[in-house]
Design a protein around this ligand. Structure first.
Ligand SMILES: CC(C)(COP(=O)(O)OP(=O)(O)OC[C@H]1O[C@@H](n2cnc3c(N)ncnc32)[C@H](O)[C@@H]1OP(=O)(O)O)[C@@H](O)C(=O)NCCC(=O)NCCS
Length: 339
């Protein structure tokens, strides 16, 4: 029978179950230190898409058995020439051409739509890990993608926080941040800050190093923030936020968010931390991050680990993270294939 590729039918529960199992099996091999993939999050693109993302999902069968899957995320509000890609093959069925068949399928769709590039990420070696077998990186290179941005995933061991050191950093940050006050919220952004949050979110990709990735500024407004919040609520993602308000203007000018997937109480992701360029140099990044750690822990007493991704060249953010105790856990590369 060989390899066949077909669109995932959302009503086909048996295939959905099988595809989820391949995703869990792959993650256990490729990123074993992460919690199991959350099923609600995995299936959410079918019924609760993120605003501005049109997801196409295909399944590959090897001799009739689901062996891998591909998701193309077509961007509809900005970056419309780009598609982000997730491509996963069950470890039991690798090196038999399934990955290549899925990739060619996605490429065909993108070409038909006049798309220009595919962007995806893989695990890559940290210094000292050069001999490690990393199938994603080998595959990306084999299909002609170019490494566009080097990232590092860093991990904070929350059970081993250096609390006196954090208290000292926090006190220093509060002194440097005279004229700003912090505010906290969970999940839904307070109405009074949603426009500022949209502005900050939209800046992220302008301010963070992008290497050779061709990615334009995202168009984020309050409505998109609300749509994203609804999509995250549908996934059961719990979010903890701290912002810094500039007292003279009343504007929220810095913001940091931590989130947990619905299926875990021990693992969180440090998501965005951003300070408006006009308000840098007051340690607002450090301030919001440390206060948010306290905020998240107050609600998540079982939290043991927080992971975060940074571009390897993002020296300012990495310096803050290292001060807090984050240490490298895995390398990651964003690949770009121009078609
Ligand atoms: C990357 C992945 C999708 C490859 O799936 P696959 O079905 O094994 O891929 P294929 O059999 O089609 O391999 C195509 C080519 O990629 C390269 N390749 C794939 N895995 C490799 C490995 N472990 N070592 C070296 N080269 C490899 C080879 O050149 C291979 O051709 P060959 O077998 O003729 O030498 C799979 O390993 C996987 O799911 N990894 C985790 C997720 C990931 O990183 N996805 C990719 C980016 S989104």
């Amino acid at each position: 029978m060989g390899i066949s590729v077909s669109p995932l039918d959302p009503a086909d529960q048996a295939t959905l179950d099988a595809v989820y199992r391949t995703a869990v099996a792959a993650q256990a091999v490729d990123e074993p230190d992460l919690p199991p993939l959350c099923r609600r999050r995995f299936e959410a693109p079918l019924r609760h898409p993120m605003p501005g993302v049109d997801t196409r999902w295909w399944v590959a069968r090897l001799d009739g058995v689901p062996a891998g899957w591909l998701r193309l995320y077509l961007h509809t509000l900005d970056n419309t020439d780009n598609a982000s890609v997730e491509l996963v093959v069950d470890p039991a069925h690798r090196r038999r051409g399934v990955g290549r068949a899925l990739h060619e399928h996605g490429l065909r769709l993108l070409r038909e739509r006049g798309g220009k590039r595919l962007v995806g990420s893989t695990v890559s070696p940290l210094p000292g890990e050069e001999g490690r077998e990393l199938p994603g990186a080998a595959f990306a290179a084999a299909v002609g993608a170019k490494p566009a941005l080097a990232d590092v995933r860093r991990r904070l061991d929350v059970t081993a926080l250096d609390r006196p050191r954090l208290a000292g950093l926090l006190a220093g940050a509060r002194t440097a941040a005279a004229g700003y006050r912090t505010v906290r919220w969970s999940n839904r952004t307070p109405e009074e800050y949603v426009a500022d949050v949209a502005y900050l979110e939209g800046r992220l990709l302008v301010d963070a190093p992008l290497g050779d990735l061709e990615w334009e500024q995202e168009k984020v407004d309050a409505e998109r923030i609300r749509g994203t919040e609804r999509a995250l609520d549908a996934r059961g993602v719990r979010r903890y936020n701290v912002g810094a308000v500039h007292e003279a203007s009343g504007r929220l000018v810095a913001w940091s968010m931590v989130s947990l997937a619905a299926n875990t109480t021990w693992h969180a992701w440090q998501q965005i931390t951003i300070v408006d360029p006009a308000h840098r140099g007051h340690r607002l990044g450090l301030l919001t991050k440390i206060e948010n750690l306290d905020h998240a822990l107050a609600h998540e007493p079982e939290l043991r680990v927080i992971d975060t991704f940074n571009a390897a060249a993002n020296n300012h953010m990495i310096a803050i993270n290292e001060q807090l105790g984050y240490r490298p856990a895995a390398g990651s590369t964003d690949w770009q294939l121009t078609i």
